[in-house]
Design a protein around this ligand. Structure first.
Ligand code: COA
Length: 178
């Protein structure tokens, strides 16, 4: 078997997945603030959505990632200028499917999706006490830039993390050989 055959199958999410995503989100974030179904519909219906699901061997949704291309909100509804940054809003993997690489794969595929949209930096917020998620993001190349005190409704702090997508590029174009 090729190594790539072992990767979880990851496909784009659409608004048709909103209900399944909402259900999985409630299982993933039991005890935490969760999004309602209407919010999932809005997010997945957005032209700025860069969102994927990861499937298990039976082709059921084992995990999801919701991402959005950022726009300059000050320009008014529907007229925003693209800012070159993308936001990872949520990542969740079903409890029974964890530690199988679903989230790592989702992050990698989302990164490719953001690159295709011209995005050069991705940012996210994560509960400061969420050790599993912090390790996931650090391992995927994200860096902590800020602690956001009492960011969440439950009073918990968040860590702001970012990843530049430019790091793979040479800093200077090498001089042309004569
Ligand atoms: C955080 C979460 C998304 C990880 O999903 P996952 O599919 O199990 O993660 P992966 O298998 O891709 O793991 C990738 C890496 O993340 C880290 N990681 C994941 N779960 C971990 C855990 N329970 N403890 C420590 N490190 C963990 C590890 O570095 C892991 O690499 P390794 O398995 O080679 O050690 C999942 O636990 C989850 O859905 N949690 C509840 C929702 C949540 O917290 N979402 C993120 C905040 S938005």
């Amino acid at each position: 078997m090729e190594a790539s055959d072992a990767l979880p199958l990851t496909v784009p999410l659409t608004a048709l997945d909103a209900y399944a995503c909402w259900e999985l989100d409630r299982r993933c974030f039991a005890g935490y603030e969760t999004y309602d179904l209407a919010t999932f519909r809005l997010l997945l219906d957005s032209p700025d959505s860069v969102s994927y699901k990861s499937l298990d061997a039976g082709r059921r949704m084992a995990g999801f990632l919701i991402g959005l291309v950022d726009r300059d909100a000050s320009l008014g509804r529907g007229r925003g200028r693209l800012l070159g940054s993308g936001h990872i809003i949520a990542v969740g993997v079903a409890p029974e499917a964890r530690r199988q690489g679903h989230a790592r794969r989702l992050l990698s595929v989302a990164e490719q999706g953001f690159r295709r949209r011209g995005i050069t930096i991705i940012h996210l917020e994560v509960h400061a006490t969420n050790d599993a998620a912090c390790r996931l993001y650090i391992g995927a190349g994200y860096s902590v830039t800020q602690r956001l005190t009492r960011y969440y409704a439950d009073g918990d702090d968040a860590l702001k993390m970012v990843k530049s997508l430019l790091s793979g590029l040479p800093e200077r174009v090498p001089p042309r050989l004569a």
